[in-house]
Design a binder for this molecule. Structure first.
Ligand SMILES: [Zn+2]
Length: 144
């Protein structure tokens, strides 16, 4: 059987996100930043939302942030995610710029303890953590 057990996986070779996934494999949390105006370009677009520039550098970030919002998924719309149920998905504001929000799965944290604005940090695990080994290392999120 496929090691991912049918879990839908991201295309880690997609040009816009290839460096994101390569960094995650090295346990680095990196996002692209516009060289002209210094705004983060997340989710990556060909042109900067701030100045229209098209040159970016991928910057290694602290992996720290605050929780903007979250949802506990008890029944996923995609049945292939059932082995992970229930799981929690959060929107995290990165410490370097709270206007930048990244969607991450929250792991090893009791959802009843979550609160808006609480500190969180990235932890690198297999995307199927803790039940499935997919071979894709992803930035997940824990409290703290
Ligand atoms: Zn810019």
């Amino acid at each position: 059987m496929n090691p991912s057990q049918g879990l839908p996986l991201p295309d880690t070779c997609l040009p816009a996100l290839k460096l994101y996934w390569e960094a995650a494999r090295r346990q680095e949390f990196r996002l692209p930043r516009c060289l002209a105006c210094k705004r983060f370009n997340w989710y990556p677009e060909p042109s900067c939302r701030g100045c229209g520039g098209g040159t970016f550098a991928w910057e290694t970030l602290s992996g720290r942030g605050t929780l903007f919002s979250w949802a506990v998924v008890h029944r996923a719309l995609d049945a292939r995610l059932a082995p992970l149920q229930p799981y929690t998905v959060g929107i995290v504001q990165i410490a370097e710029d709270p206007a930048v929000r990244v969607v991450m799965r929250i792991v090893d944290t009791d959802p009843s303890t979550l609160g808006i604005g609480m500190p969180v940090r990235v932890r690198f695990e297999d995307l199927g953590y803790p039940v499935i080994q997919t071979g894709v290392i992803a930035p997940l999120c824990v409290a703290g």
